[in-house]
Structure formats: structure tokens, C-alpha cells
Design a binder for this molecule. Sequence first.
Ligand SMILES: [Mg+2]
Length: 368
Amino acid sequence: MRIVQIEPMIVEVPLRKPVTGVHGVTSVQSSVLVHVVADDGVDGWGDVDPTPGYTLESVDDIHAGVERLSGALVGLDPRNTHRALARMDETLPGAFEAKAAIEMALLDLKGRALGVPVHSLLGGRLIDEIQLNAWIGAVPPAQAAHEAADWLARGFTTAKIKVSGAGEIGLERVAAVRAAVGGRMALRVDFNESLTPDQAVPFIHALESYDLTLVEQPVARDRIDALAEIRRKIRIPLMADESVTSPASLIEIIRREAADIVKVKAMKQGGLLRTRSMVECAAAAGLRVVIGHGFGLTLSTLAEATLAATASARASIPTRSPGTAGRRKRWSKGAPAEPGRPERMGGLGGARSPPISKARRRCRRPRR
Ligand SMILES: [Mg+2]
């Protein structure tokens, strides 16, 4: 079997309503789909969903990366994922997003060719359910409280709150959400690099009374030294997200003891196989792991759910709300989970995307 075609395409999917993150307002999710075809007609699909500000490469960069990598991959056996990854690394350093999209398509193709699910290709699933985490943007406190109550009513028992900078409004947002949900939701705060090292410790101290499960990426991604210093001075577990890129970055975080928890994503780490290796590495070093997922299309969402399903127990962390019913994606049958079982956060730790209008999806050509 040989790869005969790799085609990237940019799709833009309008959200039903705009969302406000630390990097601004998003009303359209731009993603890159990749379609791989083998000489016997078997095909596979991959997808990555960059977030401007969080992801340093644009959809146009990723599209160009896939085009460049495709020339090096045509003719290879699509079932040899390691060979494909090595060839991509020889061809183009970095470009984790493009490599992730291609690898996802190759695994999809391989699974179709062999008649097995992708989790089998990753070694098999260990869990049948994963927990999804609600997402509350950098919105006015009253709106945040309303959204939190809405997520809770829909069955979610864990939520992330976006906080941009060290302003009073961020504290008010967290306070409003905690007041709205009481002890019924585990809450986290994600700063997306928006604090300076000097701001981080006093601001996180001010958040301590809200019983947060963790705080996420307070400072710039390249300040692993500052993460380590902040972690030593705060009492809330610290999660690194943007700082976790290559395997070397994870080693650096481990070496400096710069985080309690690391967030990994297939897009950010360059594919499912490499993300899984990093999960094992982090767990072996005693770090807890959240499989992250931002706003994404169905393909990437299911890919990261697949990844989470293969994560070992060592990579799971308890929430602050044991014994309550989470909003889960039941892996085998698609039915909701039984309430009352302990929750796991080794699963899909990122946001559940707001509903998107499938009918309004459209493709566009890359901007050169
Ligand atoms: Mg994050």
C-alpha cells in the first residue's frame, strides 16, 4: 500500500455565538482538514483547529506545511506511522500542527485498512468514558455566573474560567462563578500567559479562597523558570499548557519542577503517538496530565477523546467534586454515564466547543 495523495483544505465554521477568550473574540473556527488517499483507494482524514494567539501558526501556515510535507510522503506505506513521522521531521522542523493533521489522517486510514479503531493502533483503550470540561470566557461576572449555572444544569461538574491579566474583573468573574455553582462544580482558571511573573503570585493568592482545582499557564510560554518560581510560592496546583510544546520542553518542566500538571494536545505536540509518549513521560515523572482540547471540529475532538481513552490511570487526576455526575462522552455506546461514580480528569480536559452550525461550514483557499 502506498500514499498517492495528501490534500489539505481550510474550513471555516461559524460559531453559533461569538466567544471571548484571553486572546480576543472568536466568531469563526478556522481549521485545516487533511485527506490522505492510498493507491488501493482507502483514505483517511485528519484535522487541526488552531486558535490565534494560542497557536503560533495560522491555518495558512499549516496548509502550506501540509503541502510541503505531502511531497515527502507520497509513495510511503501509510501504515508505517513511525516512518512517516521521521520523514516529516527530516523535511520540515517544527510544524507540529501540520504533522498532527497528517498523522491523524494516516492513523484513520490505517484503522480503516485494518478494520480496527484508532485506539487499538495506540495500544488499546483503558477507559470507556472521558469527562468534558465546560468553558467560560473572559466575560462580565454576571454573564460568567449565568453561563456556569447553565453548564451545571446541563450536567457538567467541572469548568474552566478564562482570566485575562491581573485586573479586578478577573477576581470578580471567578467569585461570581463560585457563588453561582457553590460546591457543585470543580473550577479552574486559565490565564493563557496574560500575567507578568511579578503579578502572578499575588493574583493567584487572591484566588485561593475560591477552591480552584488548578491554575493554568499564568506567564509567557518561554518562562519555564518563572513557572517554577510561581509554583513554589502558591498553594493551588499549577498546570503548564502553552509551555508544553516539544518533548524537550516537557523534560525542562520536569527538570525544573515547574508544574504539577501538564496539558497536552495532539495538535500542539505533533500527533497522537507523540502526545501519548509525552503523557507516559509526564506520568513517569510524577506529573498529572490533562488531555487538552480547545474549540475543534468533530475529527480532532474524537481523536483527542481516543487519546484520552488510552491514557493510563497514572495520568488521571481527581476533581474536587468526587461522586457527582459529570458530562461524559461514553466511549462504547454513546449513552450518558451513570451518575455517582468518581470522576477522572485524565480524559478530555479542554473545552467543549459551543455548538456549531454544520450547514454554514465553508471551505476557502489559503491566503498566500
Ligand atoms: Mg490553556
